[in-house]
Design a binder for this molecule. Sequence first.
Ligand code: FES
Length: 409
Amino acid sequence: ISDARANNAKTQSQYQPYKDAAWGFINHWYPALFSNELAEDQVEGIQICGVPIVLRRVNGKVFALKDQCLHRGVRLSEKPMCFTKSTISCWYHGFTFDLESGKLVTIVANPEDKLIGTTGITTYPVHEVNGMIFVFVREDDFPDEDVPPLAHDLPFRFPERSEEFPHPLWPASPSVLDDNAMPLGMHRTGYGNWRIACENGFDNAHILVHKDNTIVHAMEWVLPLGLLPTSDDCIAVVEDEGGPKGLVQWLFTDKWAPIMENKELDLKVEGLKGRYYRTSVVLPGVLMVENWPGEHMAQYEWYVPITDDTHEYWEIIVRVCDTPEEREKHQYRYDRVYKPLCLHGFNDCDLYAREAMQNFYYDGTGWDDEQLVATDISPITWRKMASRWNRGIAKPGRGVAGAVKHTSL
Ligand code: FES
């Protein structure tokens, strides 16, 4: 037993930066809102990696700024006040900021103050595409010229088939960046640390929690009890310069064996039948499940850190729809099948499992106390990769939502 513990401790020490990332990885792109959640002239406040962010849409363009007045720190989004198209004012004492640059451009009742023009609040680059608004959440001193394209924080695009990616199962998966891509989905708050949520998505042993899901019975799928790695190259780490950093698992190949029986428990599964899917995960914690929940589709998930014990759970199903008929059909199937049976029926079980894990990990000691086994090669590989390639570890600042409660008006 002591040997096993020593091995675990050795493995765990190899990803200390990951263990330190309770508030997430900063200087990365995260989804903020769906486009239809921010109408023209609307102001919304969100929080990512402990950073309060205010969003405003003007003439169709979305701006994102630190949601913390530099005068005395109140959240601008608590009571939106905008006197012009190019500014947002703090509703408390009138400090007014330029939406584009974040500069302090005037103070409502103190227009000659010498602070004006000399200071400002941080702005965050925004990329809106195919109905989703992404924000680059950065440290205050992260330079504009170093902001990478959104594609660097989205899952890799696999070619249809190549020597490098010899997977025989399906054509290239759709991306949210594709022309005519139609991501349909939802987001909701999960009560657990973002890392627990993220690891659940590509954990090959967790298939057990799905064995009684409605969609499994409805589709007459027969799932294995689990999947065990059979080869050292069961996971490929992708860390090319100038691209996304993450890993891909060669499931449903001879690199992973489906486990069909446990004699001790008298459990047996016969006649494996189901969808062949492939899972991958990239920084800052984006899951892609290809060929799921149907052909020509991929499910993407983000586990956007809000605080160290809450995350925004994003689930979208992407399909490229080139005609109005295809769009209508994707929407119809999403509303009637994928949303109720997959995003809820199937993934509700994941959310439940993650929340059940939170108590063990909430104070950080769970990362040292867990006892890992062979199938945990997936989270271990991810933790090491994420420790190597993250662009910064978020630290909670002052004014973080969740720390202070206040009375609503
Ligand atoms: Fe914003 Fe005073 S706190 S102007």
